[in-house]
Design a protein around this ligand. Structure first.
Ligand SMILES: [Zn+2]
Length: 258
């Protein structure tokens, strides 16, 4: 089945709901290889979804989808190779097709599957500082300020009076602001906070840090339309992927399930 952009828009219109948006964030934290829009679609189709894979990927892990279970629809963009004027090739979006995935609860996976499959150890704050794209300094900051990114000096400053875990979360957040700046993304300031906080949450969860997802109430203040939702989702995908690429040490965090 092929979905037109119009059909996709109307499906999203019907689920502009910040509760689903923030649940999708927590879900994406476990599975950053699905787009945030797909995480929203998946969350809108079944309660308490935690971890999904396509039928064949479950089989490849030696796990079977239970008889009678229906797949959850996701949107798969379809590209065509086009030749540009200068002779180089580029991918052009030609439409969307529907794919299907199944939640772990729809399979015969053993109870400890998720823990064993997803367990990751936090690499430690010092190693994140080493990998930061801009210099990081620590000093006492006024109360309530945990850190900031300075786009003139190209530095990140972090309040030294926080725990190591909180300094790591702050570093991810401020690196998010750096990435928005570097990619010249034109986003209203308030929406940028939601996006950066969401992206930092996804990256932090992936690193085994115990972070708190922005609440639905917080998000609802900044996302009012399907257009905002699409825009925020797209940028969250971009920023969270860049954060993971920046701070992932390939050996420790190599994707085994992409
Ligand atoms: Zn911020």
């Amino acid at each position: 089945m092929k979905l037109t952009k119009k059909e996709l828009d109307s499906k999203l219109d019907s689920i502009v709901n910040c509760e689903v948006f923030s649940r999708a964030l927590k879900f994406k934290a476990l599975q950053h290889n699905y787009s945030h829009l797909n995480c929203i679609l998946i969350q809108s189709q079944r309660e308490n979804v935690t971890y999904v894979l396509p039928f064949k990927k479950w089989n490849a892990l030696g796990i079977s989808v239970l008889k009678g279970e229906r797949g959850l629809a996701i949107i798969v963009p379809r590209f065509r190779k086009v030749e540009k004027k200068d002779g180089t090739k580029d991918d052009e979006l030609v439409g969307f097709a529907t794919g299907h995935v199944f939640d772990v609860s729809q399979t015969d996976a053993p109870p400890d599957f998720l823990v064993a499959h997803l367990n990751r150890d936090f690499p430690g704050y010092p190693s994140l500082v080493d990998l930061s794209p801009v210099p990081v300094t620590e000093r006492p900051l006024r109360k309530g300020l945990s850190g900031y990114f300075d786009s003139k000096e190209l530095t990140i400053t972090i309040s030294g009076s926080q725990s190591e875990a909180d300094r790591a979360l702050t570093l991810l957040h401020e690196t998010g602001h750096y990435l928005v700046w570097k990619n010249k993304l034109e986003i209203p300031k308030e929406l940028e906070e939601v996006i950066v906080e969401s992206s930092a949450f996804i990256a932090a969860s992936k690193f085994g840090l115990d972070a708190t997802a922005p609440s639905a109430g917080y998000i609802a203040g900044y996302i009012n339309s399907t257009e905002d939702l699409r825009k925020a989702s797209k940028v969250i995908d971009k920023i969270s992927n860049s954060l993971l690429n920046t701070y992932e040490r390939s050996e420790t965090y190599a994707e085994s399930n992409s």
